[in-house]
Design a protein around this ligand. Structure first.
Ligand SMILES: Nc1ncnc2c1ncn2[C@@H]1O[C@H](COP(=O)(O)OP(=O)(O)OP(=O)(O)O)[C@@H](O)[C@H]1O
Length: 833
């Protein structure tokens, strides 16, 4: 037995019909009525709703007097139970079969003729219609004693096929399906799965239906038996073996004429409909089945009505049944309908309805066409045909691809699981990023605090401290704080290192997961989630950055506030000293000028500060330091590149405050008179102080800074004795406008005959002496009459009659501020450091 694809059969049907052979004939639907026998008692005692008038007519609901009946030879009084007017409706049919008619009688007078038509290449259909229990299945299938018309038809078909074997080659295929609860099932397979219907021109095909080739009648009967076994049957009120589905048994015959190579194809459909039923006591599943049966039979009734009225619109699409019977009812098909009725009074309504529909079906006409294909064509015909088919094939392929592309992709079953995995991976990423940024923020704040502490020491070292011991504990406290911060920096770096490794690992895991989603074509379903989660990462990062900047801003703001207070205090004192000097007639012209500049600068405020970020400018360094504090490694997190962790300030750059102060003094060395290289006009004087003002002073914006220094001693360009090299103290300032007077002393040469210190390093012993000398030098009050001569070229101020002489080799931008001890300035302690 061979199983063929239905599509190949359909394709065969599409072949060009033979020229002039497909003549269309209009045919009336042939309708037969079969009256079911009643049980003997009922048959004799009860009146019946049908009286057969002749072979082609019957009377429905005949008058009682016209139907006397006898029981045991005694005429019975007619009993009109319903006491109603009898309808006595006459119906004409192609044939009326009485209760005594056997299945064979029916076959011989109805279906047998169809076989000849079928073997001539016409499609034929037989369907049985009627109420439940009216005898449809009995007619169609029968039993072992009384074979149904399907069996008889098949038997005869093979007999005829065998008769014609010499002239024709036959191929016979069968399919068997049922429509149950508006679903189509294949009855030739035991695994029942619903099948889909496909419209193809005027015919409806069933996708995936089994079509089996049969070689003899036994195989065919076996197919039928197998299908019947699979059919849905349940007992109902009206029928103990009620068929709850519509069954469609189809036989496809392909006949090839051996002499002419002509091919004819025909299809025979045997349809056993489920019976219509009244809303009875059936409940649950039976009730649902009944509703669906009635629904499809109603649709069939509507189609019959429209077809009989000659209407153009036939509502075939209203049910699966009518879609399947489309070409059997009104198309290219010789159709035969056997209406089964019961004459029992209890079936009065059902019988009447069946007869009405059967009568209407009589009016249905179909257009019969021979399905003939000729293969006697010239070769050019086939070339054309093949090229046409190839074109069509290409077109269909293209359309198919378009449909596939346009077809909405189907989300995977485990989409929710994938979504939750994605969420948890992103949550991990957000957590790690947050931890890194917060730690980095702490690191930056610590760095800033170290810087500010250092700044504090520098600021302190600007002062001329009488007794270093007094400040030692304070300085040590600051030193300890710096060391603590440095320790914290080292630990933060270690933690950051670990966190970064974890973040990179978790990011790799996430990327791998997304890549797999992409490979499995699932990413498209999670794209929206990925965008949302990425936004959440960015939002979290930006929130942490904002918080960090706020904190840095607060620290800087406090520092600014303190600096402001300090400047204000210094200005007050400067003013106080100047006023005192002026009153004592000790003020010089230069002092007066400086005082005026200070006052002006105070009024000018920030406007007086020019921000020069050109390369090489110190301000650039300040700006970098400032902006760097405000940044976190967000960009690195995005690209997943581990940054170099902020290098903690080296210990040597954070020397103890005491060390710094000492170091500054240490830089001052004594030099023999002979080594001096002063070229000033007063170079003959043995006690000369070369005081140089900062070159940038008056013209640039550091007026404030410079003038706040009570005395600025500029190192002379001509004094070049090099001293041990030591990196300059970092003079980074947070904001230029509040830059404190900076002290940068390098390689100073101090000549002092009176002190007797020559070329000596400052140490613990000689430091008080050096300090005193420095103070004397720096304090204009204490210095002897200072005379100034301005050197036009390098802006050097020379002081005469001073015992001490200080020269510097660097004239660029390094200044020495030596402050007067009096009055002592006090700085407010702040907790924020
Ligand atoms: N012409 C007949 N001669 C003898 N018995 C009959 C005849 N018609 C029907 N019967 C019997 O009546 C009963 C019901 O018949 P059948 O099952 O064929 O009805 P049906 O119309 O197919 O009902 P359903 O639509 O519920 O399947 C069966 O037991 C069957 O044997």
């Amino acid at each position: 037995m061979m199983v063929l694809n239905r599509r190949s059969l359909e394709n065969l049907k599409k072949l060009v019909p033979g020229r002039g052979r497909n003549v269309t004939k209009e045919e009336q639907m042939r309708v037969f009525v079969r009256i079911k026998p009643l049980p003997e008692e009922e048959d004799l005692l009860k009146p019946k709703t049908i009286r057969i008038r002749n072979d082609n007519a019957l009377i429905f609901d005949p008058k009682q007097d016209e139907t006397p009946f006898f029981f045991h030879g005694v005429k019975q009084n007619p009993r009109d139970i319903s006491k109603r007017q009898h309808k006595s409706i006459k119906y004409d049919f192609h044939r009326v079969f009485g209760p005594q008619s056997s299945n064979e009688d029916i076959y011989n007078e109805s279906t047998k003729d169809l076989l000849d038509k079928l073997l001539c290449g016409y499609n034929c259909s037989v369907f049985v219609y009627g109420a439940t229990g009216a005898g449809k299945t009995f007619t169609m299938l029968g039993n072992e004693m009384n074979y149904g018309i399907t069996y008889l038809t098949m038997k005869d078909l093979y007999e005829k096929v065998n008769e014609q074997q010499n002239s024709k080659k036959f191929e016979i295929y069968v399919s068997y399906l049922e429509v149950y609860n508006e679903m189509v099932y294949d009855l030739l397979v035991s695994d029942k799965k619903p099948l889909f219907l496909r419209e193809c021109g005027n015919t409806t095909s069933v996708a995936g239906i089994t079509i089996k080739m049969v070689n003899n009648v036994d195989e065919l009967i076996e197919m039928l038996r197998k299908g019947n076994d699979n059919r849905t049957q349940h007992p109902t009120d009206a029928n103990a073996e009620s068929s709850r589905s519509h069954a469609l048994f189809q036989v496809y015959i392909q006949m090839t004429f051996k002499h002419t190579d002509q091919v004819k194809m025909a299809k025979l459909s045997m349809v056993d409909l489920a019976g219509s039923e009244r809303a009875s006591s059936n409940k649950g599943m039976r009730f649902k089945e009944g509703s669906n049966i009635n629904k499809s039979l109603l649709a069939l009734g509507n189609c019959i009505n429209n077809l009989s009225d000659g209407l153009r619109h036939i509502p075939y699409r209203d049910s699966k049944l009518t879609r399947l019977l489309k070409d059997s009812l009104g198309g290219n098909c010789k159709t035969l309908m056997i209406s089964c009725v019961s004459p029992a009074l209890s079936s009065y309504e059902d019988t009447h309805n069946t007869l009405k529909y059967a009568s209407r079906a009589m009016k249905i006409k179909s257009n019969l066409k021979e399905n003939v294909m000729s293969i006697n064509h010239p070769p050019s015909h086939y070339t054309k045909l093949i090229s046409g088919l190839e074109d069509e094939n290409q077109l269909l392929k293209k359309k198919y691809e378009e449909v596939i592309k346009a077809k909405a992709p189907i989300p995977p079953d485990n989409l929710e699981d994938l979504k939750s995995t994605l969420e948890s991976l992103f949550t991990g990423k957000i957590k790690k990023h947050n931890e890194i940024l917060r730690l980095e923020s702490t690191q930056k704040k610590t760095e800033l605090r170290i810087f500010l502490k250092k700044n504090l020491i520098e600021r302190f070292s600007s002062f001329n401290v009488k007794n270093l011991d007094e400040m030692t504990s304070e300085l040590n406290r600051i030193n300890q704080a710096i060391q603590q911060f440095q320790g914290r920096m080292a630990s933060l770096n270690a933690q950051l290192n670990i966190l970064w490794d974890e973040a990179i690992a978790s990011n790799n895991e996430l990327n791998l997961f997304i890549k797999k989603l992409e490979e499995n074509n699932v990413k498209q379903f999670l794209d929206v989630d990925i965008v949302r989660l990425n936004s959440e990462v960015i939002i979290e990062e930006q929130a942490t950055l904002l918080e960090h900047r706020n904190e840095i801003g607060m620290i800087l703001d406090s520092n600014l506030h303190i600096s402001h207070e300090l400047i204000t205090m210094l200005a007050e004192k400067s003013n106080e000293y100047y006023t005192l000097l002026d009153a004592l007639k000790k003020s010089t012209e230069d002092m007066k000028k400086n005082h005026n500049n200070i006052t002006k600068s105070f009024l000018g405020g920030l406007k007086a500060v020019s921000w020069d970020f050109s390369p090489g400018n110190q301000c650039k360094i300040k700006r970098d330091a400032y902006f760097n504090l405000n940044e976190l490694s967000i960009e690195n997190l995005r690209t997943c590149t581990k940054p170099e962790f902020s290098k903690p300030i080296k210990l040597e750059e954070c020397m103890s405050p005491l060390q710094i102060v000492e170091d500054k003094l240490e830089q001052i060395t004594l030099q023999p008179e002979s080594n001096k290289m002063d070229t000033s006009p007063d170079s003959n004087s043995d006690e000369t102080v070369v005081i140089s003002a900062q070159a940038e002073s008056l013209n640039n914006t550091f007026v404030l800074k410079q003038n706040l220094d009570l005395t600025s001693v500029k190192r002379s360009a001509t004094t070049t004795t090099p001293h041990r090299s030591k990196p300059p103290i970092d003079t980074r300032c947070l904001t230029k406008s509040i830059t404190k007077p900076t002290i940068q002393r390098k390689r100073l040469v101090l000549n002092n005959h009176k002190t007797g210190l020559t070329n000596k390093k400052v140490n613990q012993e000689n430091m008080p002496l050096i300090m005193a000398a420095t103070r004397t030098l720096a304090d204009p009050i204490l210095t002897k009459a200072v005379t100034k001569t301005r050197n036009n070229s390098n802006n050097i101020l020379t002081a005469k009659s001073v015992n001490t002489r200080i020269t510097s080799q660097d004239t660029c931008n390094k200044t020495i501020n030596v402050k007067n001890q009096k009055p002592t300035l006090t700085m407010r302690q702040r907790n924020w450091l």
